[in-house]
Design a protein around this ligand. Sequence first.
Ligand SMILES: C[S@@+](CC[C@H](N)C(=O)[O-])C[C@H]1O[C@@H](n2cnc3c(N)ncnc32)[C@H](O)[C@@H]1O
Length: 392
Amino acid sequence: MDFHLYATCPDELVPILATEIAELGGTDIRSVYKAVHFQATKEVYYAAHRQLRTASRLLRVVRESAAATSQMLYDQASRIPWPDLFDVTRSFAIDPIAADGKESALSPAEILRRVREGVMQSFTRRQLKPPLVDAEAPKVTIVAYVQRGRCTFALDSSGKSMDKRGYRLEGHPAPLKETLAAAILRMLDYDGTMPLLDPMCGSGTFPIEAAMIALRKPPLIHRGKGEFGVEWMADFDKDLWRATEERLRAQRVPAPPAPIFASDIDPKFVDLARKDALRARVERDIQFSVGSFQDQRAPLPAGLLVANLPYGTRIGGAADDVKQLYSDIGDTLKRHFQGWTAALLVAQDSPHKFVGLKPNRKIALMNGTIPAWLLVYEIRAWRPKVDEPQDA
Ligand SMILES: C[S@@+](CC[C@H](N)C(=O)[O-])C[C@H]1O[C@@H](n2cnc3c(N)ncnc32)[C@H](O)[C@@H]1O
């Protein structure tokens, strides 16, 4: 039997996630708002939990039904045989999504209340004690997605959000989301066979995600027992789950095919990145150093430079300092990275024009709540103007 699933992600990453799902072996793939619908065999479904790099959550559809009114929603929720679907000795929560926004007939609070009542009713009808509701740390989350008079009831199979890889320590003020870093690397066709350098690595998200791609290491392979929602579902197949984990572990190659370099001007961030890499078990696969972007020189004739640029108060500088930094970055790329592809993730309202190079591609993304551009430059041969001083 195939499983009917949705993998969620920010809307601009939907095409990337759809490609990942196709490679994994998903079928009937359809892109919808902020999610990809697909079907999968149990093997593919299990592998998706550990292997998808750009998904935020994995939802397993239980039923889709008409739910135009509060009463219909309750009736539908109470008819689903919830006691047969998950471990009833465990706590659960409900995640109500009113996808029509303000025009929605049912508010999130109303959806939550009615679905909870319906779930409870499905237990009491069978004279069973309903499980505890735990909104903070539930083992099972029931998602109720209401749109245009219909409700999709699903079980959250991922548990914790899938960007929480488990390697990140506190300590950097502006780390990238792991799933966004992985999606950007994919947009740049990074597959581990070309050298990679992040000269502003911060907590190390780009190099760590790159190392996992290069090593063919699934991003959630180290997530512990019981941390995925699927492990609390009634039909959980422990043997297949373990066999899938072993199969995925066996795909790992011993070392990245090309080097990965990570650097930052602040030694404490390089230290943090090293610790995060150790937790991700890729520390030996990344070459760390402390230094400024301005002092970087291409370590090899060609490769991919990727950096998430600081801006405004985040680097503690005045506006002119930021413009100067962006202009220095442009100069460094022109002079010392010919033959490289450089991808800069910048805030849309940053002074990115001061980089002074024309991007070959410009991709709109959201970096959390900040509208951003991914500016991609193919750095070609550069000659100084006659009156321009040359570097040593
Ligand atoms: C937006 S953060 C990068 C965050 C990183 N992508 C992560 O996921 O943690 C920008 C980083 O640039 C570093 N930085 C600022 N000015 C720099 C310079 N001139 N050269 C190198 N790094 C610099 C900061 O120390 C900071 O860690």
